[in-house]
Design a protein around this ligand. Structure first.
Ligand SMILES: *Cc1c(COP(=O)(O)O)cnc(C)c1O
Length: 221
């Protein structure tokens, strides 16, 4: 087995263990293998080992890598987890099975238009800027209720869940707990939270999707 596949298998067991520790069904936590910046050769062994769900951050990169990989593994799914420019909405709707970074009106408007035009409907998550960091994407917790309402009422979008990236300097658990609280208040099932350093804490607090990159593929160059 390649080192990558060994690490992938270890992460899968750790996820299952973290779920069982809090009496959750291990199958209720999906692993998104974050393959951004990784070439197709690095991704293939993980696909061959059985991983089917991947995360990418850049539209152009995903467009270059995934059509060929999906031709070989038609049931592979790719989720967009990085910031998305409104002018890339068309390509994003064509390429991705889910988008985790919906965070503003202009993007909601463009996604709604492209979903209607193409007939394709990626699963949508709204990103919440739980730490209110100015440089980070996501809707402020103070504005999330209004934004979710607007997605539904003005843009006709179905929102599956919420996503967050806690501030690097903070303990992550309070951010995960806040995201879970907002989701519960809105009856949203999906919680995309937890990365290589903190996916176990996220699972304790209800993550349905953990996004793990470097712990599987190694450090990005
Ligand atoms: C890169 C990235 C990840 C994966 O980060 P690791 O620390 O390598 O696991 C997860 N989520 C988002 C939004 C990312 O940009």
């Amino acid at each position: 087995m390649s080192d990558t596949v060994t690490r992938w298998a270890q992460i899968r067991s750790a996820i299952a263990q973290a779920a069982r520790d809090v009496e959750r069904d291990p199958d209720s936590v999906a692993l998104i293998a974050v393959s951004k910046t990784m070439p197709a050769e690095a991704i293939l062994p993980v696909l061959e080992a059985g991983q089917r769900l991947f995360g990418e951050n850049y539209v152009q990169e995903a467009k270059a890598k995934w059509p060929a990989l999906k031709a070989r593994f038609p049931d592979a799914q790719v989720h967009m987890i990085g910031p998305l420019q409104s002018n890339k909405a068309r390509e994003a709707v064509e390429l991705f099975d889910a988008i985790h970074s919906l965070d503003r009106e202009s993007l909601a408007r463009e996604l709604s238009r492209e979903i209607a035009r193409s007939g394709r409907a990626p699963t949508l998550y709204v990103q919440v800027n739980t730490g209110d960091e100015p440089q980070k994407g996501g809707v402020s917790p103070a504005e999330i209720d209004g934004f979710l309402e607007s997605c539904r009422v003005h843009h006709g979008l179905t929102i599956e869940g919420l996503m967050c990236i806690p501030p690097a300097a903070d303990p992550p658990s309070p951010h995960f707990a806040l995201l879970a609280k907002i989701a519960a208040r809105h009856g949203l099932r999906g919680l995309s939270m937890g990365m290589s350093a903190d996916y176990e804490a996220a699972i304790q607090l209800g993550a349905t999707h953990v996004r793990v990159g470097s712990a599987i593929f190694g450090a990005r160059g």
